[in-house]
Design a protein around this ligand. Structure first.
Ligand code: IP8
Length: 269
């Protein structure tokens, strides 16, 4: 039987706003996806789990058909299928880049191994992820349209998956790649003098929650605020979170190899 590596996993989230252009629809940033795949390959992190977001693939489709609030009428069923499908298309682009950059990465489809209840992960068939990790293969998951015991279906954010798998597999850290330099005391895209937090404790994070922006674009899972709310239980479990700007070359690479890079570090205390 394979044994879980001594090294605790690192969970990397790549935001949809980084790998897609959220002002468009189905607008992938292929050059960014390629650069990030190269950085991930170069960093060579042992025991890595990757999760990516939906950006201009998942969110506009989910919003168009009201998928997050669940099944209310038959006409939404094709929207559920379409939302899942466009996520597989984006995931395909990510997988393509990772594999061609020599990363032993395998896609794990969330809607085929996760069931939610009122939007919260209830059942996760984790054997596949566990076996991949034991073999030194990187599982890649993503925000998806999933089946829900109460709602019929819903949208599961990549951030909820990140927090769940980090706790489940006792991760040593979470690295979150977004399209700004970290967490600010106001939305840096709207407020010119927004101040970047470099370090936050759990207490400070909870106090700062009210200041973090909800996403301005069609983000059905709550933007930066939604992201942070999801991460709190992982930080509570002692897993440090680093938020860096993945749109800037080498920031993800440096964060992955543990080099200091501009961004926000969140620790329990
Ligand atoms: O971008 C949402 O994932 P997120 C995925 O991580 C869909 O919030 C399908 C909208």
């Amino acid at each position: 039987m394979l044994k879980l590596s001594e090294v605790k996993p690192t969970v990397l989230k790549i935001g949809g706003s980084v790998i897609t252009d959220k002002s468009g629809e189905l607008a992938a940033r292929t050059e960014v996806i390629n650069r990030l795949a190269e950085e991930i390959g170069k960093a060579g992190v042992k025991n890595l789990i990757i999760v990516h977001g939906g950006g201009s693939f998942g969110h506009p489709t989910a919003q168009k058909y009201g998928i997050k609030d669940g099944l209310k009428e038959d006409s939404q069923k094709v929207g559920f299928a379409e939302t899942h499908h466009v996520m597989t298309v984006l995931n395909g682009l990510v997988m393509d880049a990772l594999v061609w950059h020599g990363v032993p990465a395998v896609s794990v489809t969330p809607s085929s191994c996760i069931i939610t209840e009122s939007g919260r992960m209830k059942l996760f068939e984790e054997t596949i992820v566990e076996m991949l990790l034991k073999m030194g293969i990187t599982p890649v998951l993503y925000g998806d349209a999933t089946l829900d015991e109460k709602l019929g279906f819903t949208i599961l954010s990549g951030d909820q998956i990140v927090s769940y798998v980090a706790r489940k597999f006792n991760a040593c850290r979470i690295v979150i790649g977004v399209d700004v330099d970290g967490l600010y005391d106001a939305d840096p895209k709207e407020v010119k003098n927004a101040k970047l937090y470099t370090h936050l404790t759990l207490r400070e994070l909870k106090d700062a929650q009210g200041k973090l922006g909800k996403s301005t674009s069609s983000d059905v899972t709550g933007g930066m605020l939604g992201k942070i709310i999801e991460l709190i239980p992982a930080v509570e479990q002692g897993i440090p979170v680093t938020v860096v700007n993945a749109a800037k070359p080498n920031h993800i690479y440096k964060a992955l190899i543990g080099e200091r890079v501009e961004g926000t570090i969140i620790r329990k205390e």
